[in-house]
Design a protein around this ligand. Structure first.
Ligand SMILES: [Zn+2]
Length: 218
């Protein structure tokens, strides 16, 4: 018997709450492009994790919720959308044929993020993880092309899968509203003090005039 959606969302929030005490502000340079999964996410706004919350904190929750929605859409597709299911099976088989799959099996906090850091202008990487993955992908033969009729039918099934995903997403958002309070309490306990400490540290370092005997700042 499938666990109810309420239970699944509640357990995803539980798992995120267990992880949150280990969160630390990122010390490296932030990403330039906004995360496609988190930016403007209705799931995050239902959870009360607005743009003022650090992205790492948001991403751990949005990924856990996405996993629930993806799983339900996969079940719906398997039962109701045979063409889309066949296409997905073929793509999955093709993916398994790749020799290098760096984006699989990651923790929710890392899943869906770019595989490589932002390049620094003028200092190109010798190789990138995404570049290696692309090479592995090019080594696997492409799927056979679809006829126009098959494409149209497939598009229709993709539309139905989208509709279903949107419906589940709306239900998930309604459920998340009931978890806002404990999410907010955890942010106040584990995230806000670290951000305040960081800002305080920053203010202090700006207040101190440079000592001419110090070595020059890097
Ligand atoms: Zn994200």
């Amino acid at each position: 018997m499938e666990r109810s959606l309420e239970t699944q969302v509640s357990q995803a929030v539980d798992a995120w709450l267990r992880w949150l005490p280990r969160w630390e502000p990122a010390t490296h340079r932030g990403r330039i492009a906004p995360c496609r999964r988190c930016f403007g996410s209705p799931v995050l706004s239902a959870a009360g994790l607005g743009a003022d919350v650090p992205h790492g904190v948001q991403h751990g929750l949005s990924t856990r919720i996405k996993t629930i929605v993806d799983h339900l859409v996969a079940e719906y597709t398997a039962v109701n959308l045979p063409m889309l299911q066949t296409e997905l099976d073929q793509q999955a088989a093709r993916n398994r044929a790749r020799s290098y799959r760096p984006s699989e099996g990651l923790d929710p906090e890392f899943e869906g993020l770019p595989l490589d850091p932002e390049p620094v202008p003028g200092a190109p990487f010798l190789f990138t993880i995404s570049g290696l993955a692309e090479e592995a992908d090019a080594g696997v033969p492409a799927l056979p092309p679809l006829s126009d009729d098959a494409k149209a039918a497939l598009r229709q099934e993709v539309g139905l899968a989208d509709d279903y995903a949107n419906m589940v997403g709306r239900e998930v958002c309604a459920i998340l509203l009931h978890h806002r309070l404990r999410i907010q309490q955890a942010i106040a306990q584990y995230v806000e003090p670290q951000i305040e400490a960081m800002l305080e540290e920053l203010t202090r370092s700006l207040d101190v005039p440079f000592d001419p005997n110090d070595s020059p700042p890097l």
